[in-house]
Design a binder for this molecule. Structure first.
Ligand code: ATP
Length: 365
């Protein structure tokens, strides 16, 4: 739960398109000033949810409050929200300033001077000061995205809704804009609700993330909790890389333990295991970076096993290894930093592997 009163509040929200059930009972509170992300695979309903908050879609049932006000029957242009779209809808034949001023088209109460001052402020906010007179078609992709942001922010909405705003940018620029967007959000203090299917983007930028599958929120948490303590295998698989190993859970008198294929026996704490999980067959999840290869007689800092290098992918800074463990059908993936003086193993080599039982997560089978 958020500590500040929610600025966006949804209760049991359902949305049908004909007979298709796109949102299936969404309960969600988003706090004032939060950077909140809706994350999920294509078709899970995240854009639909964003559009219902914006007022571009009606709810089939349930309630939506914005700043405590019921939004039933309130059109999009009367809501304290504004939206930035994936295709930024910049008018190429207009100047940058004219594009940004478009955000003020309904403000007949403002004179030209007041509008020009607001445009200047908005351009300054997104790092485009001095660009006002430039033709919009003469901008780079990143600059166009900033114009779209300035246009959406100029009216100082309470909530800015962003629908995959960075997906059209190349990787480097996208990473740069992720940082900028986060900085901008902190600076203006407006609540940002971002839709993305990119888990890395959501982890980098968000205070909290709702992971959605098939019209439902599967888990809602801060990035670290989501990554370290996914509550289902589906979430664990969607956020980052996770190896899944067959295992068997035994409940002891003081602590539980698991017998894991390829790794052996390990103790497991209640935080690593969903409450009420039945003993017997289960699945153990372990992340690539929590295992490591031991070189040249290095002692194991934790538990040790061995396997054969099945495949590897060299990324410059990191190498990802697929390691075949005895008794496990699918090789496990582990990642190693390519530190100075550390060699890269070859396919077929035998590797000593260290793993740590504190990094395990148990899932019901
Ligand atoms: P993407 O990342 O691909 O945009 P999404 O998670 O945002 O996916 P939505 O666009 O919310 O998904 O769509 C959720 C489901 O509702 C999809 O199966 C989609 O086909 C369906 N849907 C969306 N809009 C409509 C519509 N206007 N009429 C009928 N079905 C729709």
């Amino acid at each position: 739960m958020t500590t500040t009163p929610p600025i966006v509040s949804l209760r049991d929200v359902h949305k049908y398109y004909g007979t298709y059930h796109a949102l299936r009972g969404i309960d969600l509170d988003i706090g004032a000033g939060e950077f909140f992300s809706l994350l999920g695979p294509s078709g899970c309903g995240k854009t639909t949810l964003l559009r219902t908050i914006a007022g571009f879609e009606d709810l089939s049932s349930g309630t939506l409050l914005l700043s405590g006000q019921d939004m039933a029957g309130v059109p999009a242009n009367r809501r304290p929200t504004n939206m930035v779209f994936q295709s930024y809808a910049i008018f190429p034949h207009l100047s940058v300033a004219e594009n940004v001023a478009f955000g003020l088209r309904r403000r007949s109460d403002l004179n030209r001077q007041a509008k020009a001052a607001l445009v200047e402020d908005a351009l300054d906010m997104v790092g485009l000061d001095g660009f006002g007179a430039r033709a919009a078609h003469a901008l780079s992709g990143g600059q166009r995205q900033r114009v779209a942001l300035a246009r959406a922010l100029i009216l100082k909405p309470k909530v800015l809704l962003l629908d995959e705003p960075l997906s059209a940018l190349d990787k480097k620029l996208r990473e740069q804009m992720q940082n900028e967007l986060r900085r901008l959000q902190r600076h203006v203090g407006i609540t940002f609700v971002l839709v993305t299917h990119d888990q890395e983007e959501a982890l980098i930028m968000s205070d909290r993330i709702a992971v959605m599958f098939e019209g439902e929120i599967a888990q809602l948490a801060d990035p670290q909790t989501l990554y370290r303590r996914p509550t289902s295998r589906q979430v664990a698989d969607f956020i980052g890389v996770m190896n899944f190993l067959p295992a068997s859970l035994t409940a002891g008198s003081t602590a539980a333990s698991v017998e894991i294929a390829g790794l052996g026996r390990a103790a497991i704490t209640p935080e690593q295991c969903p409450a009420g999980m039945p003993t017997g067959d289960c699945t153990i999840g372990i992340r690539p970076e929590t295992m490591s290869i031991l070189f040249d007689g290095e002692p194991a800092p934790a538990r040790e096993t061995s396997g054969q290098v099945h495949e590897l992918a060299y990324y410059g800074d990191m190498t990802y290894y697929d390691i075949a463990l005895d008794g496990v059908e699918k090789p496990v993936t582990l990642s190693m930093k390519n530190l100075v003086g550390r060699r890269v193993l070859e396919r077929g080599e035998t590797a000593r592997i260290s793993w740590d039982e504190r990094a395990l997560i148990a899932f019901a089978k």
